[in-house]
Design a protein around this ligand. Structure first.
Ligand SMILES: [Zn+2]
Length: 311
């Protein structure tokens, strides 16, 4: 059994307008799985073409790593192209979708047009298992690790232990791209995200498929993790632990200068960052559905056992 070929992974990078989010295709002997459909309909159509180009195996499931719209909103074209596919997320991801769905389905079509964003994105069904196995690939289970903190609460990581590939969703941004840190409201949330990075590194993955990368860039596990550490460390220094609240302009310039290779969607990533945390900035109140600040370390890091135990 162990001599069966390894699972193959392929990625599709969405357009700049679609925030360069990453969709992953896992292809086994007889079936395929998709992780994180794109934000926008044209990108999802490209994903369908990519799948048909890579495999004739049926897509049996589409999974979602976290509740952000750029990771599930345009699942519909993929599910229509592969009507046998289940649409799944862990229950805490579905809860996050439910909390903000009604507002997001009104907001995003207004921004991008109904030809680009579905007004009725399908919601994933709850997946209650901590792993899955594809037919003929019993030697290559895929583990779902979560909930863990990423750029938002309650992410699932998808870990292929045999292939040593991890699909992180927005727990990791590739080095081409600014990270979405607007929801890192407290030191506890930041700590939990750093712990997720440590968990990913402890897996010793050969390949890390991040949640966002610009077209034309390649994933690089070491460099992308260095980028994430640098990003969160700068965030901690300039925002979480700042003695004096910087201005909106100072924050925008600080992050723009620190990451000169990240040139796309600055208004979205840095605009929200600097407005949310800068003096005099305008907070994106409509994006606050998850009581992020109410999450403390005992729940964020409840998987840490025996930390208070005496030796
Ligand atoms: Zn994202």
């Amino acid at each position: 059994m162990a001599s069966s070929p390894e699972l193959q992974t392929y990625t599709h990078v969405s357009s700049e307008k679609g925030l360069s989010s990453v969709t992953t295709l896992i292809v086994g002997q007889k079936a395929a799985v998709v992780i994180d459909p794109p934000f926008l309909i044209p990108d999802a159509r490209d994903v369908v073409s990519m799948i048909k180009d890579k495999t004739s195996n049926p897509v049996v499931a589409v999974f979602v790593t976290h509740h952000h719209p750029d990771h599930y909103f345009s699942a519909n074209p993929i599910l229509e192209a592969f009507p046998e596919a289940k649409f799944y997320a862990h229950p805490y991801v579905r809860d996050g979708i439910d909390r903000e769905y009604d507002e997001k389905v009104v907001y995003w079509p207004k921004v991008f047009g109904e030809e680009n964003v579905p007004t009725n994105p399908r919601k994933p069904d709850v997946y209650n298992y901590s792993f899955f196995i594809l037919p003929g690939d019993e030697a290559s289970p895929v583990a779902l690790l979560g909930p863990v903190q990423g750029d938002s609460i309650d992410h699932t990581l998808f870990w292929l232990p045999r292939e040593r590939v991890v699909v992180t969703g927005d727990a990791v941004y590739a080095r081409s791209t600014h990270a979405w840190v607007e929801e890192i409201e407290t030191a506890d949330i930041l700590h939990a995200w750093n712990l997720t990075l440590l968990l990913i590194e402890s897996l010793n993955p050969a390949k890390i498929i991040a949640g966002h990368i610009e077209q034309g860039w390649e994933f690089d596990a070491k460099k992308d993790m260095e980028h994430m550490h640098k990003y969160l460390d700068l965030f901690e220094q300039k925002i979480t632990n700042a003695r004096k609240k910087p201005t909106v302009e100072e924050l925008f310039e600080t992050f723009k200068t620190a990451f000169p290779e990240c040139v796309k969607n600055l208004d979205f990533f840095l605009g929200h960052l600097s407005n949310n945390f800068g003096e005099g900035g305008k907070v994106w109140e409509e994006n606050r559905h998850h009581n992020v600040a109410g999450r403390k370390r005992d729940t964020l890091e409840g998987f840490l056992l025996g930390m208070g135990a005496s030796k």
